[in-house]
Design a binder for this molecule. Structure first.
Ligand SMILES: Cc1ncc(COP(=O)(O)O)c(C=O)c1O
Length: 396
């Protein structure tokens, strides 16, 4: 506490240059550049050997049998639901408090989203509401580990099994934290990760679809490559091999596919980012611990979720306050970026037609503020941000 007040004083009297503090920022350096350079040197920048290396490294890290790299988690969510070949018009349960893609994937598959309310502590799937909204047309559930905080998977999985529901984990905000001894992403039938630039590790844009069930993912290679079940970089080798066979160019298209593959430039970045992931996670833990310590006696706010930074990794740090507008404006004036994750989807014009009552998230939505969280932030930056929050919220 003493330390906090000392830091506050230092911040008050120091002339801080008006450098703005970003909300999110990827950490990219020479190691990533050198790996990308290798792909330049090989003149292979599309779907190629680096994608395969990254997929293997990721599945080793997660401990799953199969992982395919795609251009986004949005693509991974789309293809996850597609893998089950659900009949159009069936329903999928998902939280209202999530990014658009979780629900878009449902619509891409001609399925119906059923928006579930969140629990007041962690803004994650509310189990009673989940059970109440289930009916016999529901075929799947997409738990989202919002901010990186785990959903109650030990309760969701047995319940889903008892109803015959498939479980797709939206792991866009996590990078494989352990929950009750098992990695997030290994609880459901399929899991989807995001490597978009704001995430725990990045490939620029990118995603991974993962499962222990190899059979479930068997159609992913053609589905991510416009329906063609042949790796271009492998077939390119056969164009000049010794075989007297002139059919090296031949392929068949048996189903409608998409252009969803990751490329070797992104995979090069991902290979290095995965090696640096533990360092990233340690830094995030330090930053969140500092936020929690500094803000624990700050009036008029609570943390966005019940953070446990020593146990889980988080992509989002935020708070809830009834004075959101004042605080956002004050931080903006001090060049500190803020955000809001998210407007509940059942209130978005596109999804309003899928009427759903979610009173808890409706009561919380206008209190949510996302604060800066990325590995280049120093603890001094965090003290400065907290000081500004304190100055604003102690006066309202
Ligand atoms: C919860 C959630 N799911 C899915 C996605 C989609 O990820 P991507 O940008 O890789 O498509 C995001 C992206 O922010 C997300 O936050």
């Amino acid at each position: 506490m003493k330390k906090f007040y000392l830091n506050r004083l230092t911040n008050l009297f120091s002339v801080r240059n008006k450098r703005s503090i970003r909300l999110f920022k990827p950490s990219l350096g020479n190691r990533e550049l050198r790996e990308v350079q290798k792909s330049f040197n090989a003149s292979w920048v599309g779907l190629g050997p680096k994608v395969k290396i990254f997929e293997q490294a990721w599945s080793d890290y997660l401990g799953c049998n199969k992982a395919y790299a795609l251009n986004s988690a949005t693509a991974a969510l789309h293809l996850s639901l597609k893998a089950f070949k659900f009949k159009p018009g069936k329903k999928v349960l998902l939280p209202s408090l999530t990014f658009a893609s979780t629900a878009s994937a449902v619509l891409y598959n001609n399925l119906i989203p059923v928006f579930v309310d969140c629990d007041v502590d962690n803004l994650s799937l509310e189990l009673e509401d989940l059970k109440n909204k289930y009916d016999k047309d529901c075929v799947a559930i997409i738990p989202v580990h919002y901010t990186g905080h785990p959903c109650a998977m030990e309760k969701i999985i047995p319940w889903a099994k008892s109803k015959g529901l498939k479980v797709i984990e939206d792991c866009a905000h996590t990078a494989g934290s352990f929950y009750k001894g098992k990695r997030l992403g290994m609880w459901g039938d399929i899991s989807c990760f995001s490597f978009e630039e704001k995430k725990l590790l990045t490939t620029g844009d990118g995603g991974m679809i993962c499962s222990d069930d190899i059979n479930l993912l068997k159609d992913i290679p053609p589905l991510r490559w416009v329906g063609i079940d042949k790796d271009t970089w492998k077939s390119a080798k056969s164009y000049v091999d010794d075989q007297k066979n002139t059919m090296h160019w031949y392929y068949e298209i048996n189903e409608l596919g998409y252009k969803y593959n990751m490329n070797d430039l992104s995979a090069s970045i991902g290979i290095i980012q995965l090696k640096r992931l533990n360092y990233f996670l340690r830094k995030r833990t330090q930053i969140i611990e500092r936020y929690l310590e500094n803000l624990k006696n700050c009036p008029n706010l609570i943390p966005l979720v019940k953070y446990e930074p020593k146990t889980y990794s988080y992509q989002i740090f935020g708070i809830r306050t009834s004075f959101r507008e004042q605080l956002m404006l004050y931080l903006k004036q001090n060049k500190i970026a803020t955000g809001c994750h998210y407007t509940p989807l059942h209130q978005q014009p596109l999804f309003k037609t899928y009427k759903s009552s979610c009173p808890i998230i409706e009561s919380q939505a206008n209190k949510l503020i996302t604060l800066p969280l990325h590995v280049d932030l120093s603890l001094k930056d965090i003290d400065f941000i907290c000081d500004k929050i304190y100055q604003c919220l102690s006066k309202v």
